[in-house]
Design a binder for this molecule. Structure first.
Ligand code: F3S
Length: 751
C-alpha cells in the first residue's frame, strides 16, 4: 500500500463534526468546495464567512506531490528547513525529464543516463525526509496521484499546475511553487485567497464521439484562458454521474487552462468503482459513509444561482466533439465548424502527427477508446495516414493495456509507444521531421498548445482534441476530417465511415502491474547521505541567504527598469533552462533576460554606467555582486504573473538584487519574493515610475522601523546630482518582516 490510510481515516473520522461546526457557524447550505476548504482550515484559523476573491486564509493540506523539474529546488530548500522528516505525506515523480525520441525502452535508458545525477539526488532526499519516490518510467505525476493518492474530500498541493487533475476524485488539489510545498512539508499553514466558485451544471449523458475532454474544451471557449482566475470550478448535476472517474480527472485537469485555482467533482458511484479498482476499497467504504459531506448540499443544487458566483450549464446529450487551437487552448471549435475555420484561417490542412497522452488523457479508458477507432479502421481496410505517438499515463496503465492487447492495436498501425512520461507535452520530444521550419499541423490529447511547446518549432500548429478524435484525424491524415459525417476511401476504393469509439472505463480483468515504480522511503532516514558534487552543473547546495544588516539601503544602482509585461517567464525562462532548475547559480544566468528595458526597448541589454556600455542583465548583476554592491529592479503592472516558480524570486536574491519596485505584483510572486528575504515594494503613486532614470542610484529608507502598514521612502539620486523622493507601499505582515530581517522564510523557520 503506497497511500497513507491512517491520514485518510483521521480526516473522515473528523468530517461529520467539522461539517456540523461549519454549518452551525455559517448558518447556510454549503457548496462542495466550501466543505472541503473549511474542513482544512489551519489550526487557529476561525470559521467565518470569508470574502471570496478578497480574504487570504490559511489551510492545512493533506499531502504534497512534486514532479522532477520542480522538486529539485523544493527539496534543496527543504534540506535547509531544519526538518528531519516531512510533516505530511509527500511524493516525488520522475516524469518531466524523459525525452520522447525512439521508443519507451530506449528513451528511458537514455533518460536514466542523462539525468542520473538528478534522479539520484531526488531519490536520496526523498529517502532521507520520508518522501515516496516514483522512479522514471513509473508514470506522469497526476495519473500516478490519481491512481494512488487522490481521495474524495481531501486537499493537496503539488508543484505543477495540473495538480488540479485530482479534482476528478473529489479532491481540492492546487498547483503551487516549490517554496509553498516546502511550507506544507515543514508543517506550516498554507495561504490561499478564498476563491470564488463557478458552478457548472452538467445535464444529459455523453454519447457517440463526445467525451469528457469535450466538456472542458467547450468550457475553455466559454471562460477563455482567464475566466477561471481566483475561482474554483465546481461541477454538479445528474450529468456528472455518467462520467468515469478518470474522465472527471480530464475535465478538472484542463481547468488549469482557464486559469482556475482548481476544479472539483462530487463523490459518486464512479469514484467508488475507481477506488476499488485501484486497490483502495477501504477508502471507498469510508467515503461512502461520508457521502453527504462529499457533495454540495441539496439546497445548493436546487438553487445554484444563489450559491455560486457564476453558473454555466452544459447539456452532455447535445455536446459535440471539440477541437481547440492552434497556439491557445481556448480557441474552441465544435468539430462541425472546424474544417471551415481551418480553410478560412489557412492552417496547414495535412495532419502530420497524432499524439495521445499527457496527464490529461492517458488513462485506460482513453487508450481503449482511441484503440477501438484504429482497430475498426484497420478492419475496414483503412491505412493510418499520419505518424502516431502514444504516451501511457502510468506503468500500471501501460502494463494493463499491453496485457489486454490495447497497445498492440496502436503498434499494428505503426503507432509508437513512448515512455510513461510527459514527453512531447513539455517539449521533451526529439521530433524527426524532414523540414523543421515548415508550417505544419499536429493534434494532441494534451492540455496546452502554446507555440513551440511540443517540438520547439514556432511553425507547428498544435490542436487539442479527445484521444478518440486524435485517433480519427491520425487515421485520416487530414485536419478537416469530421468522423461524425465524413467518409474515407479504403485500399479497395470503398467509402468507409469510421465506427464510433467504444472503450472500457476500467479493465475487465482488473489493473495489473509487475513493478509500478514506487520506492518507499526507509523508516529512519537520518543516516541517508545526500551527495551533491561541487562540480555539478545541474545541482547546487543552497547556501542560506544572509540576514539583513540592520541598515537602510543607500544608493543602490538601478539594474533594469522593465517596461510592459514581465511574467515569471520573462524573469526566469523555461525551455533550455529546465536542466538548471536544481542549480541556483547556473540558472541565474537567465535572470530577467526576457524583460524589456524601458530605456532602449531591448531585452537583455542594460546600461553599465561605469563603462557606458550595454550588457546582459545577469552579467551586470554579477558585476555589482562581485563588488559587494546590491541593485534594484523597477517594473510595471502585475510583475511576476504566470507560473509560480520560485526561481524568479531566488535568482535576483542570489545575484544581490535588494528590492523589486513595481506598479503592482502578481500575488504569488510577491509572496515568493518575501519568502526569499527580498523587498517587494509598490509605487504609492504609479507616476513615480517615470521619475526613475537609467543611471540612477536608489536609496530605500525607513527599514529600521519597518512595520506592517508603514510606508518606506525612496530617494533617487540622479547622475546630475539632483534627487527626487517619494513613498512606496508594501504588504508585509510581522511574520514576513521577520523573513526579511532573517534573510528568508527558511532562515526564520530554522530559528
Ligand atoms: Fe506533464 Fe504535460 Fe501534464 S508536462 S504534468 S503531461 S501538462
Amino acid at each position: 500500500m503506497v497511500f497513507d490510510e491512517e491520514m485518510i481515516q483521521r480526516l473522515y473520522a473528523s468530517l461529520p463534526e467539522k461539517i456540523a461546526q461549519i454549518k452551525n457557524k455559517l448558518q447556510r447550505p454549503l457548496t462542495l468546495t466550501e466543505k472541503i476548504l473549511y474542513a482544512h482550515l489551519a489550526e487557529n484559523e476561525p470559521i467565518e464567512n470569508y470574502n471570496r476573491a478578497v480574504d487570504y486564509v490559511n489551510f492545512s493540506p493533506d499531502r504534497v506531490a512534486m514532479q522532477d523539474a520542480t522538486a529539485q529546488m523544493a527539496l534543496l530548500q527543504l534540506m535547509n528547513s531544519g526538518r528531519k522528516t516531512v510533516a505530511v505525506p509527500s511524493t516525488v515523480h520522475c516524469d518531466h525529464l524523459i525525452q520522447a525520441h525512439i521508443k519507451a525502452e530506449t528513451d528511458l535508458k537514455t533518460a536514466n543516463e542523462t539525468n542520473r545525477e538528478v534522479y539520484d539526488f531526488l531519490s536520496a532526499v526523498s529517502n532521507k525526509f520520508g518522501i515516496g519516490f516514483w522512479k522514471p518510467g513509473a508514470g506522469i505525476i497526476h495519473q500516478v496521484v490519481f491512481e494512488n493518492y487522490a481521495f474524495p474530500g481531501g486537499m493537496m498541493i503539488g508543484t505543477d499546475s495540473h495538480t488540479v487533475n485530482a479534482g476528478g476524485m473529489g479532491m481540492i488539489a492546487i498547483g503551487v511553487g516549490g517554496a509553498d510545498a516546502v511550507d506544507v512539508m515543514a508543517g506550516m499553514p498554507w495561504e490561499l485567497k478564498m476563491p470564488k466558485i463557478i458552478g457548472v451544471k452538467l445535464t444529459g449523458k455523453l454519447s457517440g464521439w463526445a467525451s469528457p475532454k469535450d466538456v472542458i474544451l467547450k468550457l475553455a471557449g466559454i471562460l477563455t484562458v482567464k475566466g477561471g482566475t481566483n475561482a474554483i470550478i465546481e461541477y454538479f448535476g445528474e450529468g456528472t454521474a455518467s462520467i468515469s472517474a478518470t474522465g472527471k480527472g480530464t475535465i478538472c485537469n484542463m481547468g488549469a487552462e482557464v486559469g482556475a485555482t482548481t476544479s472539483v467533482f462530487p463523490f459518486d458511484a464512479k469514484s467508488v468503482e475507481y477506488l476499488k479498482a485501484t486497490g483502495r476499497s477501504s477508502v471507498a467504504e469510508l467515503a461512502l459513509k461520508n457521502a453527504d459531506h462529499l457533495q454540495a448540499d441539496a439546497e445548493v443544487i436546487a438553487n445554484p444561482e444563489q450559491y455560486y458566483d457564476r453558473l454555466i450549464e452544459i447539456n452532455l446529450s447535445e455536446l459535440e466533439p471539440y477541437i481547440n487551437g492552434p497556439f491557445t487552448p481556448d480557441l474552441a471549435y465544435p468539430i462541425s465548424e472546424f474544417a471551415k475555420a481551418v480553410k478560412e484561417k489557412g492552417y496547414p490542412q495535412k495532419m502530420e502527427v497524432g499524439l495521445i497522452g499527457s496527464c490529461t488523457n492517458s488513462s485506460y479508458e482513453d487508450l481503449t477508446r482511441a484503440a477501438s477507432v484504429v482497430k475498426k479502421a484497420k478492419e475496414d481496410g483503412l491505412q493510418v495516414q499520419a505518424q502516431f505517438i502514444i504516451n501511457p499515463g502510468s506503468e500500471q496503465v501501460r502494463y494493463t493495456a499491453e496485457r489486454d492487447g490495447v497497445l498492440a492495436e496502436f503498434e499494428s498501425v505503426g503507432g509508437i509507444v513512448m515512455a510513461n512520461a510527459c514527453g512531447p507535452c513539455i517539449g521533451q520530444w526529439k521530433r524527426e521531421t524532414d523540414q523543421p521550419e515548415r508550417p505544419n499541423s499536429i493534434i494532441t490529447s494534451f492540455n496546452r498548445n502554446f507555440a513551440k511547446r511540443a517540438d520547439g518549432n514556432p511553425n507547428t500548429h498544435t490542436f487539442i482534441g479527445s484521444p478518440e478524435v486524435v485517433a480519427a484525424l491520425t487515421v485520416a491524415g487530414d485536419l478537416c476530417f469530421n468522423p461524425l459525417t465524413d467518409s474515407l476511401i479504403n485500399a479497395k476504393g470503398e467509402k468507409v465511415k469510421l465506427t464510433e469509439p467504444s472503450g472500457y472505463e476500467l479493465p475487465a480483468k482488473g489493473y495489473a502491474v509487475e513493478d509500478a515504480g514506487y520506492i518507499a522511503p526507509v523508516a529512519d532516514g537520518s543516516k541517508v547521505v545526500v551527495n551533491i558534487s561541487p562540480e555539478s552543473k545541474r545541482l547546487q547546495i543552497l547556501q542560506p541567504f544572509t540576514a539583513w544588516d540592520g541598515k537602510d539601503l543607500i544608493e543602490q544602482p538601478l539594474l533594469i527598469k522593465a517596461t510592459g509585461k514581465c511574467t515569471t517567464d520573462h524573469i526566469s525562462m523555461a525551455g533550455p533552462w529546465l536542466k538548471f532548475r536544481g542549480h541556483l547559480d547556473n540558472i541565474s544566468d537567465n535572470m530577467l533576460i526576457g524583460a524589456v528595458n524601458a530605456f532602449n526597448n531591448k531585452t537583455n541589454a542594460v546600461l553599465d554606467p561605469s563603462t557606458g556600455e550595454y550588457v546582459a542583465v545577469p552579467a551586470l548583476a554579477r558585476k555589482y555582486k562581485a563588488q559587494g554592491i546590491g541593485s534594484v529592479v523597477v517594473a510595471e503592472e502585475n510583475y511576476g504573473e504566470g507560473s509560480s516558480r520560485e526561481h524568479a524570486a531566488m535568482e535576483p536574491r542570489h545575484l544581490n538584487v535588494k528590492a523589486i519596485l513595481v506598479k503592482s505584483f502578481a500575488r504569488i510572486h510577491e509572496t515568493n519574493l518575501k519568502k526569499q528575504g527580498m523587498l517587494a515594494l509598490t509605487f504609492a503613486d504609479k507616476n513615480d515610475y517615470d521619475k526613475v532614470r537609467e543611471d540612477d542610484r536608489i536609496s530605500i529608507t525607513g527599514l529600521t522601523t519597518f512595520g506592517p502598514g508603514k510606508n518606506l521612502q525612496i530617494v533617487l539620486t540622479h547622475s546630475d546630482g539632483t534627487t527626487e523622493s517619494f513613498e512606496v507601499l508594501h504588504t508585509y505582515n510581522q511574520a514576513q518582516i521577520d523573513w526579511f530581517r532573517e534573510g528568508s522564510a527558511l532562515n526564520a523557520m530554522q530559528k
